[in-house]
Every structure is written in C-alpha cells, then in structure tokens.
Design a protein around this ligand. Structure first.
Ligand SMILES: COc1cccc(Cn2ccc3ccc(-c4cc(N)[nH]n4)cc32)c1
Length: 247
C-alpha cells in the first residue's frame, strides 16, 4: 500500500518510522511519502492561509497550494487515483470497519489541514475524480489533522497482511466484524501469578479453553455494559447465545 501525506508539518510524521509501521515500511509492505504543502505556495512567504469569506474567527487554508500539491501527487500514480482522506471534526466517524475498508485500498492520500480547515472547493474539485472522505477520529477538536492521520495510518497499517505477527491477529479485535464486534476487550493478565497481593482469575490458569473463552466473553460484555452501554444496544442478537450474561 502506498500512502501519501501532504502537510505543513511533515516532521509530525516521524513516529511512522518506528515500531509496527516503521517495520512495515522497511519490509516494503507500506510505502509512506511525505510532502511539504508550502512547496506549492509560490509567494515569498509561502503563504497557505487567508481570512475566511463571510468573516469569522481564524484563517482558512487557500485552495491553490492544495490543488497544485494534490495534482502533483496524483500525477505520480500509474493506475486509479488515490482515495483522498480529509481529517476533520465534521467528518464521518473513523471506525474499525472503515479502517478495514482503507486497508483494502492500494493508494491513500491524506490531507491533514491546520487553521480552520481547507477551502471546501478543494474537496469538491477532487470529488469529481476520486473518492474523497471527510473523516473524524473522535468527538473532540484537535489543532490540526496530523494526529488524526497518525491514528488512521496505525489502525489501517496493522491490518495489512504480514504487519501483525502470526501470534496476533486483528480478526479478534474489538470492533472487528464478527462475534466480538461492538464488544470491548476484557481484562488481560500475565506472569507473575501473584503481584502485590493481586492474584489472577483462576479460570485463566485452568487450561480449560472452553471456560476461558466463556469467561473472556462475559468480561467483555461486562466491560462493554459498564463503559459503552450504547454498543450493547447495537450488538447483533444473533451474536448472543443463551449462555450469555443477562446484563
Ligand atoms: C474543520 O473545523 C475545525 C474547527 C475548529 C478547529 C479545527 C482545527 N483543525 C484544523 C484542521 C483539522 C483537521 C482535523 C481536526 C479534527 C479531527 C477530529 N476528529 N477532531 N479534530 C481538526 C482540525 C477545525
């Protein structure tokens, strides 16, 4: 998968050089290319923002530099154009399902903005040529889109074949479609068996896989009921069996 990112803070993406995503890049599973938006701002100050039409606080990112930058990136592609992802508080929710959809794309182009966002004509322009998704990573307001892009690339990158070792699998993730979809992860434990007077649930030491699976599901249901009751309402009743906890 090829990923292009256009930003006025390309240095923000240094974390994509470490850990899971860094190794995926070294192994050629992920090809991440960074672009400095100001390279397409031709005035002496390399200006990328201006005052909003209609007045109001803050500044809006000018369409010209973004248009030239996106054209330049798309021109380097051979086949279908990249799917463009615009982080914004006003977007559709970024979910595990959307992450899985993105993981199946050959080429993503992220356009993290700053200020109050990008002139809306840019998304309108590219919406005539390719998929343009305005996406929110949560119901809170960041200072810009770069952190949102880091979140999305990590969530998508870990789903790419070969990125997670065989020992782990994204199939069992919380929120992954299937029996555990819309359930939160339950508690996890490792050695030592006793730590500062805290033991480990006996069932996890029993070696009885059926009971362990049932206990984990019960704990996932309990934690979901406690922390995200609205997800329980969305739980597919066919995913619940008669042995499930009556919460
Ligand atoms: C666009 O509307 C805005 C209104 C007030 C402030 C800002 C700041 N800002 C600039 C670019 C930008 C990109 C993404 C986000 C963002 C995404 C999520 N989930 N939260 N915050 C915030 C961004 C934007």
């Amino acid at each position: 998968m090829r990923v292009d990112i256009i930003s006025i803070f390309p240095e923000y993406f240094a974390p994509l050089g470490v850990s899971l995503i860094g190794k995926a890049r070294e192994r050629g599973i992920l090809d991440v290319r960074l672009h400095q938006l100001r390279d397409w701002a031709h005035d002496v100050h390399r200006t990328v923002d201006d005052t909003p039409y209609g007045g109001g606080p803050g500044m809006v990112m000018k369409p010209d530099p973004w248009g030239e930058a996106i054209d330049a990136v798309l021109a380097t592609g051979q086949d279908a154009p990249a799917r463009i992802i615009v982080p914004t508080p006003s977007g559709v929710p970024f979910t595990q399902r959307l992450a899985m959809e993105y993981a199946a794309e050959p080429w993503l182009l992220f356009t993290p903005a700053r200020y109050e966002g990008i002139d809306s004509r840019v998304m309108a322009e590219y919406g005539t040529r390719t998929r343009v998704d305005e996406v929110s990573v949560g119901d809170y307001v960041l200072a810009g889109g770069e952190a949102a892009v880091l979140v999305m690339i990590e969530a998508v990158g870990r789903l790419l074949p070969g990125v997670l070792g065989n020992a782990c699998s994204a199939v069992d993730d919380s929120f992954a479609p299937g029996a555990m979809e819309n359930l939160l992860e339950g508690p996890v434990y490792t050695k030592p068996p006793e730590w500062r007077g805290h033991g480990v649930p006996e069932v996890l030491l029993s070696g009885h896989h059926g009971r362990i699976a049932r206990w984990r599901r019960d704990e996932a249901l309990r934690r979901t009921a406690r922390n995200r009751p609205e997800l329980l309402a969305a739980l597919d009743p066919r995913g619940l069996d008669k042995h499930d906890l009556k919460l």
